[in-house]
Write a protein that binds this ligand. Structure first.
Ligand SMILES: [Zn+2]
Length: 430
């Protein structure tokens, strides 16, 4: 750990720049970066990485290698319009440990804007919170990475280890952005991902799969409805079967370390539904868009086989209550996350150091927890074998209305990360 003098200097440097940090964060939140529309926001990040004097690597993420990888999620958008940006710092003489600071630029859809109290792209600060889509998840963390790194230099110090500052796409839907960065050759002795994690460290998280189920019906005039087959009614049966599988998987949580004490770690979300052509025809089709979660250690292939079996069995054994057929046709297609979860094994040097820097910044002990949501940490842990600390500020309502991030928490997390960077990579007087 650092001397008291260096600690004081670095903490003061974070404070001195904190207004500028909030301005950069607000500017980034006010720049929408929905899926396949991230480029203007990545332009802002690239400019800031250039201003920090880093070597810039910006590339479109599509590659054969990426598509062949077992952790690749099938995309439904055009990857030729999407880029990752990495800024690299190399010390004149590399003697310290290396570090990746990762964050994702993409944000989830804002939903009906009239249900927000202000525009999702206002990035207004009110009562100690910054509001806006992506404020918490995770533009505050992404900018905090840059300012934590810069605080070392502002404190008059020079890092002696290599640092890669990564801004990736696709975290909210496939995880292919971080995977592309790994496959491009970016590795380090540790990774920090500054996701909104309640000032806490993620110990374990679930895997996630996305897929579409298409149910086929038989269209007839409603006057002879009994001769047709209603695909929308039948889709309810598919949902019922998936809910049973969800409960079965939740009942197994006692077999999975770090999940035993959670009430309901496995959540299946019916995230979209569409079907039928108009009210006066028995619907010939219905599509469900589904997100499921899995335990770490369950491969995506194994989970997928179980899901397919569950839905196909339900379709084959239907009671025929929706029309003339005793069974119905379903087709399942993976179209997003195809990702296994991970566990951060306790006992790493990186975690021990974060405990110290967290204590210095927050004046309390670091806690860890299990999260039932997807994280790119799985890329670095499962495929890069790197100790990965997913750790970041307090937020509320991420993926919901009036998403917000706590300003004071951002400040303290930035301090903790700055101390971590200096201590992990090593410093000398600049
Ligand atoms: Zn996130």
């Amino acid at each position: 750990m650092l001397s008291e003098d260096l600690t004081t200097r670095i903490l003061a440097a974070v404070d001195a720049q904190f207004d500028a940090q909030l301005e950069r964060t607000a500017e980034l939140v006010a720049t929408p970066s929905l899926r396949a529309g991230e480029e203007p926001a990545q332009d802002l990040i690239e400019q800031q990485l250039r201003d920090l004097g880093l070597d810039i690597d910006r590339w479109t993420i599509d590659s054969e290698e990426l598509r062949a990888h077992p952790g690749f999620g099938k995309p439904t958008v055009d990857y030729s319009v999407m880029t990752n940006v990495v800024g690299t710092y190399r010390p004149r003489e590399e003697s310290g440990r290396s570090l990746i600071l990762n964050g994702h630029i993409d944000v989830v859809p804002e939903g009906p804007e009239e249900q927000w109290s202000r525009s999702p792209w206002d990035s207004e600060i009110r009562d100690g919170w910054m509001y806006g889509r992506g404020a918490g998840d995770m533009k505050a963390g992404l900018i905090a990475n840059l300012f934590a790194f810069d605080a070392i230099r502002k404190a008059g110090l020079e890092l002696t280890g290599r640092v890669h500052l990564q801004s990736v796409v696709e975290e909210e839907c496939t995880g292919n952005g971080s995977l592309a960065a790994l496959l491009r050759g970016y590795t380090a002795d540790a990774v920090i991902i500054s996701e909104p994690e309640e000032d806490s460290l993620v110990r374990a998280n679930v895997g996630v799969l996305w897929f579409t189920v298409r149910v086929s019906g038989n269209p007839t005039h409603p006057r002879e409805m009994a001769n047709g087959f209603n695909a929308i009614d039948a889709a309810y049966e598919v949902i019922g079967a998936l809910r049973e599988l969800e409960e079965e998987w939740n009942s197994q949580r006692g077999d999975h370390p770090y999940f035993e004490d959670l009430d309901h770690p496995i959540n299946f979300n019916i995230g979209g539904i569409s079907g039928g052509d108009w009210p006066s025809s028995v619907p010939a089709w219905c599509e469900l868009r589904v997100r499921v979660a899995t335990y770490p250690g369950t491969t995506a292939d194994d989970a997928w086989a179980e899901i397919v079996r569950c839905v196909e069995t339900a379709a084959a054994g239907s009671e025929g209550v929706h029309g003339s057929r005793p069974s119905f046709d379903v087709r399942l297609t993976p179209d997003g996350f195809y990702a296994e979860g991970y566990v951060l094994e306790p006992g790493s040097d990186a975690e021990a150091l974060l405990e110290e820097t967290h204590r210095a910044a927050f004046d309390r002990e670091l806690t860890s927890f299990t999260t039932p949501g997807y994280l790119d940490g799985r890329v670095f842990v499962n495929y890069g074998d790197m100790p990965t600390l997913v750790y970041g500020p307090v937020s509320e309502s991420i993926h919901g209305f009036d998403e917000r991030v706590s300003i004071e928490s951002v400040r303290r997390c930035t301090k903790s990360m700055a101390l971590f960077i200096a201590s992990w990579c090593g410093v000398r007087e600049g």
